[in-house]
Design a protein around this ligand. Structure first.
Ligand code: FAD
Length: 350
């Protein structure tokens, strides 16, 4: 498929990579600019979990997201001749009798059948971790090896289009001309750094810091990701990524002793072992109050667009939302009103 448009994408985290990939697939000439200071997409665990445990509800639009993301990541694996998308069983260790009751009710309902296994005797007696209230297993759970995904997809993008490593300089932008090249459209995918964008910086994007630990454990199971108070993602050779914290008042990417202590305290709900901490990382999620992405076109500059606000579940949302955004950009298909930044412009104009 060929398309004569020439589009500039700024930011090559999950958001920019997904948009650039969909544009390339649509035959567009893409230039992707990134300063290589990725703060979220490379820190993420990359887990895809269809259930929100806190309320034991299905995640937003999950019935659409899961089938789409499976094809998206698998097709990209084939294109890039690399591996980064893996199934991983997730076992929820119930936090109370009440939570077990919620699960047992939900597992009877048809709409939860694709995502919840029926609890068995062996789930109630699961013995590889502390399990006072029993446990339940999810279906349709995956993880993206984020480093392999980003490295391989960026190199595929650079083989098909243009990838430039630099800080985007707003002073060099005049209308749609950047450093002497004219673009048809410009898409800003800046993650939490959106605040510094003169066009979209006023939109209400929060910076939600998250920290993870990589630990070595002799007792955690390596064939399943346990979840209670935190997730434990097996990474091979008895190492596990555990996380994440949610910190709303610290927009720095430094790791802290407080978060390390919090994560180890959470882990103690699951195992008694004194684990070895190998590594600690911090990143910042671009989040919104209504937990919906921030996508759309500037209300004065018709060729400036934003694709941001992927929040805590970016690896689940990005494949389909980026496809919908590209259909909007190239073919005028309406955006889902829940993600459209018009929800803020309208409010401000009232
Ligand atoms: C601790 C933690 C754990 C997480 N775990 C999960 C998980 O298990 N599953 C899941 O689905 N999601 C998870 N997430 C969320 C996920 O990481 C985010 O939704 C996603 O990475 C956001 O991607 P982004 O591209 O918007 O932002 P970013 O990854 O921050 O990318 C933005 C890019 O733009 C670049 N940039 C910004 N300004 C400029 C400029 N002026 N010039 C050039 N380049 C610029 C930045 O350097 C960066 O590379 C987690 C996040 C954190 C922090």
């Amino acid at each position: 498929m060929e398309n004569s448009k020439n589009i500039l994408v700024v930011g090559a985290g999950l958001a920019g990579i997904s948009v650039a990939t969909q544009l390339i697939k649509a035959g567009v000439q893409v230039t992707l600019i990134d300063n290589d200071k990725n703060f979220s997409s490379r820190v993420a665990a990359g887990m895809i979990n269809p259930i929100v445990f806190r309320r034991m509800t299905k995640s937003w639009r999950v019935d659409e997201f899961i089938p789409f993301l499976k094809s998206f990541y698998r097709e990209l694996e084939a294109e890039t001749q690399s591996e980064f998308f893996f199934p991983i069983p997730i076992r929820r260790l119930f936090s109370s009798e009440q939570e077990r009751g919620f699960w047992l009710k939900k597992e009877q309902r048809e709409e939860f059948e694709p995502y919840m296994e029926k609890v068995t005797e062996s789930d109630l007696n699961f013995s590889q971790a502390k399990n006072p209230f029993g446990s339940g297993r999810l279906k349709e759970t995956y993880y993206v090896d984020v480093n392999s995904f980003i490295t391989n997809t960026k190199s595929w993008i650079s083989s098909k289009s243009r990838l430039i490593k630099e800080q985007f300089d707003y002073n060099q932008l005049t209308r749609t001309n950047y450093k002497g090249t004219k673009y048809d459209e410009i898409v800003f995918c800046l993650g939490y750094l959106n605040k510094s964008c003169p066009f979209f910086g006023e939109l209400p994007l929060d910076q939600t810091k998250g920290q993870t630990l990589t630990i070595k454990s002799e007792t955690l199971p390596e064939n399943t990701s346990l979840n209670r108070k935190c997730f434990m993602l097996p990474k091979g050779n008895k190492t596990f990524k555990i996380g994440s914290t949610y910190e709303w008042n610290d927009p720095t990417t430094h790791t802290t002793i407080e978060s390390r202590t919090e994560l180890l305290k959470n882990l103690a709900y699951v195992i008694d072992e004194e684990v070895e901490v190998i590594h600690q990382e911090a990143g910042i999620r671009p989040t919104t109050r209504d937990r919906r992405p921030l996508i759309g076109t500037h209300n004065k500059h018709a060729h400036y667009h934003i694709f941001n606000g992927l929040g805590a579940k970016g690896y689940m949302l990005a494949p389909l939302i980026s496809k919908e955004f590209v259909d909007y950009l190239l073919n005028g298909v309406n955006l889902d009103p829940e993600v459209d930044i018009n929800r803020y412009y309208r409010r401000n104009n009232q």
